[in-house]
Design a protein around this ligand. Structure first.
Ligand code: HEM
Length: 147
């Protein structure tokens, strides 16, 4: 399974394919939420913790939920994000935070062990790669600060 980070830079916004619906089908909503939950938990002790509301449990849980809702929706699951938050507007929603290429890299790296665990649990590597490719490319869109 190939989970590699493509070098990005500010103002580069490549076209991005949504994850293959087979990913959400195989993982299932409960396990999907656990994946995003674990990603956020790993953010807490990372170099990008300062970007997130780590000192307010309620705000942090909200952020976690919004991220899971969005990723489920983009992966072909129910449109939870649109229902609770409205338009996606991911670039605008990330604009208040100073996200540079290094922060993107850390954010992506934190997903690698979590996605490897899914493969060990039997999720098809080709579907995991499709989800990874989405994260790898779309994360370039939210980089808004020079390193
Ligand atoms: C595929 C890439 C990404 C997706 C799909 C994504 C998705 C999201 C979503 C859905 C939200 C909640 C927005 C809202 O409801 O208002 C969010 C918030 C946020 N994201 Fe991302 N994100 C991505 C990449 C990144 C990266 C690379 C960083 C920085 C390293 C980042 C930092 C943040 C921060 C700081 C917030 C705000 C948390 C808060 O509510 O205080 N995101 N993201």
């Amino acid at each position: 399974m190939k989970l590699e980070i493509t070098a990005g830079k500010i103002d580069v916004r490549p076209p991005v394919a949504k994850p293959h619906p087979g990913f959400f089908d195989e993982v299932g909503e409960e396990r999907f939420r656990k994946l995003v939950f674990e990603h956020y938990e790993s953010i807490k002790s990372s170099d990008i913790a300062f970007l997130f509301p780590v000192f307010d449990d309620d705000d942090f849980a909200e952020a976690q939920k919004h991220a899971a809702d969005f990723l489920i929706e983009i992966s072909g699951g129910p449109d939870y994000f649109t229902q609770s938050r409205g338009e996606h507007q991911m670039v605008g929603r990330h604009a208040p935070f100073r996200i540079d290429e290094n922060a993107r890299k850390v954010w992506l790296e934190l997903y690698i062990p979590l996605l490897s665990a899914l493969a060990e649990e039997g999720v098809s590597p080709k579907y995991i790669e499709s989800f990874w490719n989405y994260l790898d490319l779309f994360s370039m869109w939210v980089v808004n600060t020079k390193s």
